[in-house]
Design a binder for this molecule. Structure first.
Ligand code: FAS
Ligand code: PHB
Length: 404
């Protein structure tokens, strides 16, 4: 099915993008009686199978549960109370509940997206697939308009607010006026090669490994499916990485003293993800708002990407509900400032985790000693471990009263 209810020509909040940000925003607003339309330029199958994030921080879990979108997560998600750090043949666990009283949920972004699409279609709320937003105009007026193409025909959607949840390559950020726009970027000298494998995970919790050969991460999607990543050069050709080469390299990177063994199995998906940090400020101009990857990108080492998107739209949804229920626009006026405070905290955490765990081609022996010292400090200092646990499980979200 490529769309739900017919797409009206006018709505209150027009949302571009049916990734986690756009779908969650649409869900949160529809529940509270705010009219929305979601426009997505890909087809449903593409959006639902796109392999990306795997970890939901506590705040994201709380929002999904508080707003009736957690049935799939609570049935199939895996609650994790910690992660394992490996370096120099050692293994050390960071215990989240003991340090913060919070945990995380292993539940793939693909499943979150499927759940939110199903909820939106069941609610018969307008969601058009293969509907590409071409331009956004009138954002400084009362009735901004989106020009979009759907099934080869151009249409216009008029709204009171437009929220660009259209990812790093979307149209929203391009429409923000250059005057006053500030962008910040850091491109890392490595990428991640990610694989999905039909083999039971060789661990109960995620393993983040620092090794002379480079970073490796052992994650999972279910008790029978493993998700693993290894650091590769930025211009890596996937064809040069056979299954055997991937498994052998991962085994060396995860190796610790003792009899732990990496189980291998059929690799069903492979992909290369470049690593960058990116932020654009501000996240609002007139009636146009940015949320999620449209406004910021983090290296996935801190498992923040999806969760930042969810936090942005939770803040924005509460601000829009306040505006539509009481006419009070104060939270809308402070959305960008409040969202960016959380975004920069996650940018720093993701940068710090990435710098600590990856071996850069420009690193020397001094850099390597600093990394090992930082890792060892995390295993010996409760305050250092608590800081990691606080950031990894996510900063508390403001009250959800307006959204429940
Ligand atoms: P998304 O990019 O998910 O969604 C934007 C949507 O807008 C897309 O469906 C797109 O088709 C649509 N769109 C774009 N332009 C449009 C237009 N003009 N008109 C209509 N629709 C348009 N994060 C982690 O935490 N862990 C990970 O392991 C991880 N791995 C990743 C791997 C890859 C390859 C990528 C690209 C990202 C990864 N991320 C990861 C980050 C990722 O999960 C994002 O943070 C998350 O998808 C953000 O969600 P959205 O902001 O909704 O953006
Ligand atoms: C994943 O499971 O895809 C995942 C988990 C943790 C990360 C990044 C990706 O830091």
């Amino acid at each position: 099915m490529n769309q739900s209810a017919p797409v009206p020509a006018r709505t209150q909040v027009a949302i571009i993008g049916a990734g986690p940000a756009g779908l969650l925003l649409g869900h949160l607003l529809h529940r509270k009686g705010v009219d929305t339309v979601v426009l997505e330029n890909r087809d449903r199958a593409y959006v639902e199978r796109r392999q990306r994030a795997g970890i939901l921080e506590q705040g994201t879990v709380d929002v999904l549960r508080a707003t009736g979108a957690a049935a799939g997560m609570d049935a199939r998600g895996l609650r994790h109370d910690g992660i394992e750090l490996r370096f120099e043949g050692e293994s050390h666990r960071i215990d989240f509940p003991a340090l913060t009283g919070r945990s995380v949920m292993v539940y793939a972004q693909t499943e979150v997206v499927k759940d939110l699409i199903a909820l939106r279609l069941a609610a018969d709320a307008p969601l058009a697939f293969e509907a590409e937003a071409l331009d956004i105009s009138g954002i400084e007026g009362e009735s901004p308009q989106i020009t979009y193409k759907h099934c080869g025909v151009e249409h216009t959607l008029t709204a009171e607010y437009v929220v660009a949840c259209d990812g790093f390559h979307g149209v929203g950020r391009r429409v923000m006026p250059e005057a006053g726009k500030r962008t910040f970027e850091r491109v890392y000298p490595f990428s991640w090669l990610g694989v999905l494998a039909d083999v039971a995970p060789s661990c109960d919790e995620l393993i983040y490994a620092h090794s002379p050969e480079g970073f490796a991460l052992h994650s999972m999607r279910s008790p029978k499916v493993s998700r693993l990543y290894l650091q590769v050069p930025p211009d890596t050709d996937l064809a040069e990485w056979s299954d055997d080469r991937i498994w052998n390299s991962l085994a060396r990177r995860f190796a610790i003293d003792g009899d732990w063994k990496l189980e291998t199995g059929p690799i069903t998906e492979k992909g290369i993800t470049p690593m960058r940090s990116f932020v654009t400020e501000p996240m609002r101009h007139g009636q146009l708002f940015l949320a999620g990857d449209a406004a910021h990108i983090v290296p996935p080492t801190g498992a923040k990407g999806l969760n930042l998107a969810a936090a942005d739209v939770t803040l924005l949804a509460a601000a829009l509900v306040r505006r539509y229920t009481s006419g009070d626009t104060s939270d809308l006026d402070t959305y960008s400032t409040r969202a960016l405070r959380r975004i920069w905290r996650a940018e720093h955490f993701s940068y710090a985790m990435t710098s600590m765990l990856h071996t850069s081609p420009t690193d020397d022996a001094f850099d390597h000693r600093l990394q090992i010292s930082q890792l060892r400090h995390l295993t010996e200092s409760k305050s250092a471990a608590t800081s990691l646990a606080e950031n990894y499980t996510g900063l508390p979200l403001p009250t959800l009263t307006l959204l429940t």
